[in-house]
Design a protein around this ligand. Structure first.
Ligand SMILES: [Zn+2]
Ligand SMILES: [Zn+2]
Length: 930
C-alpha cells in the first residue's frame, strides 16, 4: 500500500468506525463496492492551475514510449487523485467499471544512487515540493499490485504512455484510500495471527492506532518469506477488490510462481538493458556528471578528432594588469587620422589592432542587464576564473576623446560572451566564447590582459576540458555567434560582414560590423521614396503592388498601392482596400478577396510586406497557387466588371521564386526519421515540399508497421536506435558486428535492411532528444557524411526538465534548470552544428489545435540555418498563443517575423482555425460506417 512515508498517519477521516467497517467487510461482497457504501461520493476532482496533459509531459533520460507495456517507462505519481475521466467524480479503488484517470505530481523512477531516503518530513510542506509538474494522466488501462511488501503493496497503474507507481494520495483522496487500507492492515494482522498465534494484542492495537507502521511490520514479520503468503495475500479483500475489475487477477495467478514483484523488477530491468543510450566519446564527455543513467560509449574512439584536445592547457603567456595600468602610452597613429591609433602601451605591454589583439576587460555597466546580472549568477559560474571575472572583446581601434579639458584614452571593441553567460550556462565549455553583434567603446585602463581566441574550423572537434585539467588558461576557442534575442548559435560569415562594412562604413578607421548593423537598421527604418518605388524595412514597394497593411486589429488588411504620391514628403501612399468578404456574407474562403471602392492614404510604416492577388479565371493551377499563404484570389464571377492591374516586377519575382522552389523540391532533402512513430513528423515535413523521408527508425512494432503501410517507399527499421547506432559505428570501425534483426520478426530470421550509406542522409529528425542527437554523431571523421540538418521536436515539458537534480523524498531539488535544453544545445555546438531553439504553436500555422512544441533546428557549419516559418494565423481574441511559463530565460515563442526591426508584432493575414471550423464539413459521426 502506498502510504505516505512523509506524512503522519492519522485515523481515517471518514465517520464510519473500524468495527462497523469490519462488519460491512464481512457482509458486503466486493462486487457491491465496499467503498461506495462508505462514501457519499459526490466529491469532484478540481484540476490544478498548472496541470499539464500526460502527452505534453516529458521526462528526459527515460526510454521512449513504446506500445509494449513491458517496455513503458516507470514513473511515480505523488499526491494523486483517481477520478472518473468524464465527470471528474472522485472514485474509490478499484474504480468499478468506470473510465478513470488520475492526476498527480510526477517524478521519474531513478535508477541507482541519488535517492536520499533520509529525507526529513518537514519538507513536505515546503512549497518547493510542488515544483514537480502536476500531470493529468490519460485513461488508466491496467492496474496491478506489487505485493513484495505485502503490508504496503505498491499499486501500479498503466496508461498508454507509462507505468506509474502510486506514491502518496492527495489530501482529498486520502480518505478514499484509507477505507480500504485500514481493513487491509487488519486483515494482515488477522492473517499473521492465524499463522502465528503469538501476535500480541499490543501489535494489533498498534495497527489500529494507525500511527506506527513498525507495529504492522512487527505483527507480520513471521509471514514474510513463508509459503502461506501467496494464498493469503491473493485472498486479501483489498487485493480482491483491486484486482476484480481490472482483470489482473488472472495475471496474478499466472504470475504466482515468479511473484509479482519480479514483474515489476523486470519492467525496470528491461528498461535498463534495452535502452542504454549509446553515445560517442565526445557526447559522453559533455554528459559527464549530468546524467544518472549510464551512457554507454562507443568503443570507437578513433572516430573522434583529437587534434585540438590540448589547446586549452597552454600556459598563460600574457601579462596581467592586476590594477589599473600606471603608464598608458599611445603607439602608432592611424595614418592621416587625428586622435586614432593602431596600438597602445599599458605598463610597457603593446596592444595592437594590427595583430588583432583580443582582451579580457573589467566588467562595467551594460545596457544588457541580463548579461550583467549573469556575471554574478551561480549558474553562470564556470571553471575558468577569467570567465567569471571578465568580459571579452577584440579591439577594432584606439582613439582619444576629449571630456572637459582631459583626453580619455579609449578603445572600440566587439564583444565575445563566455559560454556560461549564454543559454548554455552550466553546461558551457569553460574555454568556449561566442561572438556577439555588439560593440562598445571602453577605457583603455579597463584592459586586464590579452587573451587568445581561436576560431575552430568546421572539421575541428571542440576541445573538451576534463574535470581534472587546469582551466586557468586564457586561451579560448569560438565557432559561433550567439544571438540572444533569437536563441540561436550560428556561424558568422566574415566575408559578408566585411562587404557590408565596406559598403556602409563611411570612415575606414572606424570599421566595425555591429556599428554598421545599427546604422543599417536605422537606414531601413527610414522610408526612401523615389518616383517609382518606396523602400521600407528592406522591402521595395511599387505602384500596383499588393500589400499587407497593419491595422488596429490583429488581422492584416490587404490593399493595392494606387499612388506612390511622390510629392508627399512624409512617406505617405495611397492604397485601395480589398475586403475578405463580400458585403453581408461571412467569408467562406479565407483566400477570397473582394475589391471595394474604399481608398486610404496610409503611412509607409504601416506596410507589412507583399502579397499576391490573381483573378480566379487566370489561375491555371489553383492548388499550387494557394500553397503559398501569401497568395489570394479574386472570385471568377467578378472578372467581367473588374480589371486587375499588376506590378510586372513583383509578378515576375514571384514566378521566379515559385520556379526556384520547384527546382529545390525536385532535389528534396533526404531524411532519416528517428522515433518516427507512425510517421506524423515525416508527413508534416514532406508537406513542406523540401523534405523526403527515406529512412525511419521506430522501436514499436505497431507504429513501425503502420508507418510501412502508409509510406511503403520508406525503409523502416523496427529497432532501438541505440542498437542501430552501435551497430553502425562498429561496422564503420571495421568490426564485424552481428547482423541486427527486425523486432517485428519473431522467427529471428529477417535481417534489417542495410543502413543508409554515409553521406546519403541530409536531415535527421526526431522526437525525444537524448538518443536522437547521439545518432547524428555517428560518422564523425569525414565531414561530408554527417547530415546537413538535424531537427528535434519535443513537448513543452522538455523546457522544464532539470538535469542532475537530487531526489529528496518526493521532489527533485537542485540540478540545472532547463538542463536538458542546455545539454542539447551544448551537444550540437560541440559537434560543430549551428543551432536555434524556438517554441512553435500549431495554431499559428492554421492548425485547429493549440499545441506548443519545442523545436531545435541545427545545421552544419557553412549551410544556412533555416529561418523559422512566419506565423500565418493569429487568434481572434487578439492574444498570442502563450505558454504558461518558459524556463531558462524565455525561449522565444513563435511570432511573425516582422519586417520592421522591432520584431514580434502581433499581426497575421489569417485568423486561427477553430476546431469547429476545421471539422465543420466532416460527415456526422452517425453517417460514418464504423
Ligand atoms: Zn562598433
Ligand atoms: Zn512591385
Amino acid at each position: 500500500m502506498p502510504t505516505a512515508r512523509s506524512s503522519p498517519r492519522k485515523r481515517p477521516i471518514n465517520r464510519v468506525s473500524i468495527s462497523s467497517r469490519s462488519k460491512r467487510l464481512r457482509s458486503t461482497s466486493p462486487e457491491m463496492g465496499l467503498t461506495s457504501v462508505l462514501f457519499s461520493n459526490d466529491d469532484f476532482y478540481k484540476a490544478e492551475d498548472d496541470e499539464c496533459a500526460e502527452d505534453d509531459f516529458y521526462v528526459a533520460d527515460e526510454n521512449i514510449p513504446a506500445f509494449d507495456p513491458n517496455k513503458l517507462p516507470v514513473r511515480h505519481l505523488m499526491s494523486y487523485t483517481i477520478y472518473d475521466l468524464e465527470t471528474g467524480q472522485i472514485l474509490p479503488l478499484p474504480p468499478f467499471g468506470r473510465t478513470c484517470g488520475a492526476s498527480g505530481r510526477v517524478r521519474p523512477e531513478f535508477e541507482g544512487g541519488a535517492i536520499d531516503t533520509q529525507d526529513d518530513d518537514s519538507d513536505l510542506d515546503d512549497p518547493a515540493t510542488s515544483s514537480q509538474q502536476v500531470v493529468r494522466l490519460s485513461k488508466i488501462m491496467e492496474m496491478f499490485l506489487d505485493t513484495e511488501n505485502f503490508v504496503e503493496p505498491e499499486i501500479w497503474i498503466r496508461t498508454a504512455i507509462a507505468w506509474y507507481i502510486l506514491d502518496d494520495p492527495s489530501q482529498s483522496y486520502r480518505p478514499y484510500l484509507n477505507c480500504i487500507y485500514v481493513p487491509h492492515l487488519l486483515t494482515c494482522i488477522l492473517a499473521a495471527n492465524h499463522c502465528s498465534p503469538d501476535c500480541s494484542d499490543q501489535e494489533v492495537i498498534d495497527v489500529l492506532d494507525y500511527s506506527s507502521k513498525d507495529g504492522v511490520y512487527a505483527a507480520c514479520k513471521h509471514l514474510i518469506g513463508s509459503n502461506i503468503l501467496d494464498s493469503i495475500i491473493l485472498n486479501l479483500p483489498f487485493i480482491i477488490l483491486i484486482t476484480k475489475e481490472v482483470e489482473v487477477r488472472e495475471n496474478l495467478k499466472a504470475l504466482d510462481e515468479t511473484k509479482l514483484s519480479k514483474r515489476s523488477k523486470n519492467l525496470i530491468r528491461n528498461k535498463a538493458i534495452d535502452h542504454t543510450p549509446f553515445v560517442t566519446a565526445t557526447i559522453s564527455k559533455i554528459a559527464q556528471g549530468l546524467f544518472y543513467r549510464i551512457l554507454a560509449i562507443t568503443e570507437d574512439n578513433a572516430l573522434e578528432n583529437p587534434s585540438l584536445e590540448n589547446i586549452c592547457v597552454a600556459k598563460d603567456p600574457f601579462v596581467v594588469h592586476k590594477d589599473d595600468p600606471v603608464k598608458i602610452k599611445w603607439g602608432n597613429q592611424i595614418p592621416g587620422v587625428r586622435d586614432y591609433y593602431q596600438s597602445v602601451y599599458l605598463d610597457g605591454v603593446e596592444y595592437s589592432v594590427i595583430v588583432g589583439d583580443a582582451v579580457a576587460v573589467e566588467p562595467g555597466r551594460d545596457a544588457n542587464r541580463r548579461r550583467e546580472a549573469n556575471s554574478f549568477l551561480e549558474s553562470a559560474r564556470t571553471k575558468n576564473e577569467l570567465g567569471n571575472q571578465a568580459w571579452f572583446c577584440t579591439i577594432l581601434y584606439f582613439f582619444g576623446e576629449k571630456t572637459g579639458d582631459k583626453i580619455q584614452k579609449l578603445f572600440h571593441g566587439r564583444w565575445f560572451q563566455h559560454g556560461s553567460q549564454t543559454i548554455l550556462a552550466e553546461t558551457a565549455n569553460p574555454q568556449g566564447l561566442f561572438l556577439l553583434d555588439q560593440c562598445d567603446s571602453n577605457p583603455v585602463s579597463s584592459i586586464i590582459q590579452k587573451i587568445e581566441i581561436r576560431q575552430l574550423n568546421a572539421d575541428d572537434t571542440e576541445p573538451i576540458v576534463l574535470a581534472e585539467q587546469d582551466v586557468g588558461s586564457s586561451t579560448f576557442h569560438f565557432s559561433f555567434k550567439w544571438k540572444e534575442e533569437q536563441f540561436s548559435f550560428s556561424s558568422p560569415i566574415f566575408d559578408e560582414e566585411d562587404e557590408l562594412v565596406a559598403l556602409l562604413c563611411p570612415e575606414k578607421h572606424r570599421a566595425c560590423y555591429p556599428c554598421v548593423l545599427r546604422y543599417q537598421r536605422d537606414l531601413l527604418s527610414n522610408c526612401i521614396k523615389t518616383t517609382s518605388s518606396i523602400d521600407f524595412c528592406g522591402q521595395c514597394y511599387h505602384l500596383h503592388d499588393f500589400v499587407y497593411v497593419k491595422s488596429n486589429r490583429d488581422l492584416l488588411r490587404i490593399a493595392q498601392i494606387t499612388d506612390l504620391m511622390p510629392a508627399s514628403g512624409n512617406a505617405e501612399i495611397k492604397v485601395s482596400i480589398y475586403d475578405r468578404s463580400s458585403g453581408t456574407q461571412k467569408p467562406t474562403d479565407e483566400r477570397m478577396l473582394f475589391p471595394t471602392d474604399k481608398s486610404r492614404i496610409i503611412s509607409a510604416s504601416s506596410l507589412d510586406g507583399h502579397c499576391y492577388v490573381e483573378m480566379e479565371s487566370k489561375i491555371v493551377d489553383l492548388a499550387s497557387w494557394v500553397q503559398n499563404s501569401d497568395c489570394f484570389i479574386i472570385p471568377g464571377h467578378l472578372s467581367k466588371r473588374f480589371k486587375l492591374r499588376q506590378c510586372e516586377t513583383c509578378s515576375a519575382a514571384r514566378e521566379a521564386w515559385a520556379e526556384a522552389k520547384e527546382f529545390v523540391v525536385k532535389d528534396r532533402l533526404k531524411a532519416l526519421d528517428i522515433f518516427s512513430g507512425a510517421g506524423g513528423l515525416s508527413t508534416g515535413m514532406e508537406l513542406s515540399g523540401f523534405v523526403k523521408t527515406c529512412w525511419a527508425v521506430e522501436l514499436s512494432r505497431g507504429a513501425a508497421s503502420s508507418l510501412k503501410t502508409n509510406h511503403p517507399e520508406v525503409e523502416v527499421y523496427n529497432q532501438d536506435c541505440n542498437a542501430l547506432l552501435k551497430h553502425a559505428v562498429e561496422q564503420r570501425a571495421g568490426k564485424n558486428p552481428e547482423p541486427l534483426q527486425s523486432l517485428d520478426d519473431i522467427s529471428g530470421r529477417q535481417q534489417l535492411p542495410p543502413l543508409p550509406q554515409p553521406g546519403k542522409v541530409d536531415l535527421i529528425m526526431g522526437g525525444p532528444p537524448c538518443q536522437a542527437f547521439s545518432g547524428m554523431n555517428r560518422y564523425k571523421k569525414a565531414d561530408d557524411v554527417r547530415p546537413k540538418y538535424v531537427l528535434i521536436e519535443n513537448v513543452m515539458g522538455l523546457l522544464y526538465f532539470r538535469l542532475q537534480g537530487k531526489q529528496r523524498g518526493q521532489k527533485i531539488v537542485g540540478g540545472i534548470e532547463s538542463g536538458m535544453v542546455k545539454f542539447i544545445l551544448r551537444a550540437f555546438t560541440s559537434l560543430g552544428y549551428q543551432v536555434q531553439i524556438k517554441v512553435l504553436n500549431a495554431a499559428d500555422y492554421g492548425s485547429p489545435q493549440q499545441r506548443n512544441r519545442v523545436i531545435f533546428w541545427a545545421a552544419q557549419l557553412g549551410v544556412p540555418l533555416p529561418r523559422w516559418p512566419t506565423p500565418t494565423h493569429i487568434p481572434r481574441n487578439g492574444h498570442n498563443h502563450t505558454v504558461r511559463k518558459v524556463a531558462s530565460g524565455n525561449i522565444p515563442l513563435a511570432s511573425r517575423q516582422s519586417l520592421d526591426s522591432e520584431g514580434g508584432h502581433r499581426h497575421a493575414p489569417f485568423y486561427s482555425v477553430t476546431v469547429l471550423e476545421a471539422i465543420d464539413d466532416l460527415a456526422s459521426p452517425h453517417d460514418l460506417d464504423y
